[in-house]
Design a protein around this ligand. Structure first.
Ligand SMILES: [Fe+2]
Length: 304
């Protein structure tokens, strides 16, 4: 790899950027290979990036493949679309809810068409802007879920439901206290318990107020259940957890584990894969783990 992650501090000044950076509205903030000046640095910090990629070889202006699972254009625009969908679903306006459901379907379709499982495996960690973390994370979870769904031969309708479920899994977060949600540090026991409520809250709101398809809303409730029964809220295990939830649980953990969060260090893709493998058959459905690892080029799980 010709680039490396660097914490956003004054050392990056004068260096060349190894990625494209986008504003919260999806506009291009700074192009790949751009030399980072003082005002860029301030702007990048302001929009909430905590780390950035720098070109390793500072003479190199061009960097071709970033191995993204979804195109950069959609990576920039989809979180904004999803944020607007969440806000409409959260309101009580029936017309807005109905529009949001159509937009959700269109976004799921767009992602299914865009996810390129034939591309090189993702070799770059997606650095998220702190304030839009939920939406950027949901897009990645949907992309990984689609990837697994395709690899286990899901037909279009199943992929469509799976993608929508992944996009809505954390919807209940909107009901949580923002102070807990955006806390810059580890949560205490009480706060963790509060966080866990996003499963039930999301499920209740989407099924009661938005009449979201049962199988899609159920993923809100189940995506923190674990294969060995150690999850929440109900401690379901194995096949008692719906297959969509087992897929999304894996995608959710992998993306969270490899994301830059304020309370823990950034893990590499390799560390993320090792983590997933370690818990195959425990936290995660081993069949889904095998499909996931295969995509990253590990035919035999022991080769990791
Ligand atoms: Fe969640």
């Amino acid at each position: 790899m010709d680039f490396q992650i660097h914490e956003l501090d004054s050392d990056v000044l004068g260096k060349k950027l190894g990625q494209k950076l986008f504003s919260p509205k999806g506009g291009l903030l700074l192009g790949m290979g751009a030399q980072i000046k003082e005002f860029h640095f301030k702007k990048i910090k302001e929009v909430g990036y905590r780390s950035i990629y720098l070109l390793n070889n500072q003479e190199n202006d061009v960097l071709n493949s970033t191995g993204h699972l979804i195109s950069e254009k959609i990576r920039a625009s989809a979180p904004i679309t999803l944020k607007s969908i969440y806000s409409k679903l959260h309101g009580r306006d029936k017309i807005q809810i109905s529009n949001a459901k159509k937009e959700l379907g269109a976004l799921a379709d767009l992602l299914i068409r865009d996810v390129n499982i034939k591309a090189a495996p993702p070799d770059i960690i997606d650095l998220k802007r702190e304030k839009d973390y939920i939406y950027q994370h949901a897009i990645n979870v949907a992309a990984y879920a689609i990837m697994i769904g395709e690899s286990i031969q899901y037909h279009q309708l199943k992929l469509y439901d799976l993608a929508q479920a992944a996009l809505l899994a954390d919807f209940g977060m909107l009901n949580l206290d923002p102070e807990i949600l955006y806390k810059d540090g580890e949560l205490d026991e009480e706060e963790v318990e509060e966080m866990h409520k996003h499963t039930m809250l999301g499920f209740q709101h989407l099924s009661r107020n938005c009449f979201i398809k049962g199988i899609v809303a159920a993923v809100c409730l189940q995506h923190h259940e674990r294969y060995d029964g150690s999850g929440y809220p109900r401690g379901l295990n194995g096949e008692n957890i719906h297959e969509y939830s087992r897929i999304i649980a894996l995608a959710d953990v992998f993306d969270a584990y490899t994301s830059d969060r304020p309370y823990r260090r950034l893990h590499t893709i390799d560390e993320g894969l090792a983590y997933i493998k370690k818990y195959a058959g425990a936290k995660f459905d081993p069949r889904m783990v095998a499909s996931f690892l295969k995509f990253f080029g590990f035919e035999d799980e022991d080769s990791l």
